[in-house]
Design a protein around this ligand. Structure first.
Ligand code: AMP
Length: 433
């Protein structure tokens, strides 16, 4: 499925998703959204990073439509305060154009503000079990109008000993309701809870997509242009610790160009694989790389999916993947099976946007490292500067449809153009560091 518009979501939600930069549903969203919309109970086996929050929030927002009454119609239970806050943030993102009231309530802070907010009236309450029961018992929060209940991260909920509170809760909420339960794993206590909580659930399981191995160290270099990326790559590969390296590129032509350059400049055997290379040549290159006869393998994303090579020392993202899941696949080539590895991304100014999206997806920040001393920083050719500026304008317009675009303004005066792009690029880079 290529777009959210196929999922029967309303215009307001689609606009909010577009502004959030979501291009297409993740597998769990594709599977769960129609089922939730049709009223089914759901057992979702999925980790964070798969897009599971939107998978339940979006159809729920469709169902409750707008603010109504004072008592919450939806309850989302979260094991920790951090998760409750995070889900509230997601809710805020998707509700941008909707008149729906939501609130996270959790312990660790005084109840006063939360009580005041609850009393104003709510449609969705996102809660940790302890605080929820406190607010219920002191009659701040009524649960009589609940239509949908979601238990998120059920396995963590069990580990943290919340089963008694969940039982108490199930005693007091309306029987007729829709139930959704999400869990990354299914240990016996979660299975038992599932049997008790869900009625004829539809089971949806997705493999984790966006959870990079913890054994991979991730860093990024902010590099102004293509030529400097090549210089940097060459400089890095002078060091012997780069013993078994995959260099990823988005396009076949970049892969070929990088390969040609490295072949002339870098010690050791270099090979390139992409879909225009014959099957045999690809298999040979991968085998030689596995055996250690090839030091550097240059590859596009498509051909790299199935490669299972032990002890890849470094993955270098010559450019940042625009299909963000590919980042996880790429860096999954290193740090396999308990070996540590390093993933290095070379990021130009336009690609910083995609890196931020990837950081959101993987819920990790990728450390920015200073360019090595003595690196030859080439000036950005005019064509490339224009291309980068255009991409940045496009991104800004995507985030804010009212953004007019510096690029369009400057286009009228081409002679001043390239200079100001270069200056702008460097300035913002320095600020970032
Ligand atoms: P979750 O698995 O719900 O914790 O979501 C992981 C991250 O992916 C969150 O930062 C979401 O905002 C983001 N996300 C969810 N769905 C999509 C999508 N379809 N496209 C891009 N990002 C998404």
């Amino acid at each position: 499925m290529n777009s959210f518009s196929e999922l029967n979501l309303n215009k307001q939600i689609l606009n909010a998703l577009d502004e959030a930069g979501y291009e297409k549903p993740t597998p769990i969203q594709e599977k769960a959204i129609p089922q939730v919309l049709s009223g089914q109970d759901i057992l979702g086996i999925a980790q964070t990073g798969t897009g599971k929050t939107a998978a339940f929030l979006l159809p729920i927002l469709m169902k409750i439509k707008y603010a109504q009454g004072d008592q919450p119609r939806v309850l989302i239970l979260e094991p920790t305060r951090e998760l409750a806050i995070q889900v509230e943030k997601e809710c805020e993102k998707y509700c941008k154009y909707l008149d729906i009231r939501f609130l996270a309530v959790y312990g660790g802070v005084g109840p006063k503000t939360q009580i005041e907010e609850v009393e104003k009236g709510l449609d969705i309450v996102i809660a940790t079990p302890g605080r929820l029961m406190d607010l219920y018992r002191n009659l701040t929060l009524s649960l009589n109008s609940l239509q949908v209940m979601i238990i998120d991260e059920a396995d963590r909920m069990m580990q943290m000993g919340f089963l008694p509170q969940i039982h108490q809760l199930l005693e007091v909420i309306p029987r007729k309701r829709q139930n959704l339960l999400f869990s990354a794993t299914m240990p016996p206590p979660v299975k038992e809870l599932t049997a008790e909580f869900l009625e004829f659930p539809v089971e949806i399981e997705v493999t984790p997509q966006a959870t990079p191995a913890e054994t991979v160290k991730q860093i990024q270099f902010q590099v102004p242009n293509l030529k400097t990326k090549i210089n940097l790559l060459e400089k890095l590969l002078k060091d012997e610790i780069y013993s078994k390296v995959i260099v990823f590129t988005r396009s076949k032509s970049t892969a070929d160009n990088v390969f040609k350059y490295l072949e002339r400049k870098v010690e050791g055997n270099i090979r390139v694989i992409h879909s225009n290379k014959g099957q045999n040549s690809r298999i040979n290159a991968i085998n030689q790389f596995k055996e250690g006869e090839v030091r550097v393998l240059v590859s596009t994303d498509v051909t790299a999916r199935g490669i299972d090579v032990a002890k890849v020392s470094h993955v270098i993202n010559f450019d940042v993947p625009i299909q963000y899941e590919d980042y996880v696949h790429r860096i999954g080539r290193t740090g396999r099976a308990f070996h540590t590895g390093e993933a290095i991304s070379l990021v130009n100014e336009a690609e910083q946007y995609h890196i931020r999206k990837i950081e959101e997806l993987i819920r990790m920040s990728i450390e920015v490292v200073d360019l090595p001393e003595g690196l030859d920083i080439s000036p950005t050719p005019k064509e490339e500067a224009i291309q980068i500026a255009r991409q940045i304008d496009h991104q800004k317009r995507k985030e804010d449809p009212t953004f007019k675009g510096a690029f369009q303004e400057k286009k009228k005066r081409p002679s001043k153009n390239s200079k100001s792009f270069n200056k702008g690029g460097n300035k913002s880079k320095r600020k970032k560091r």
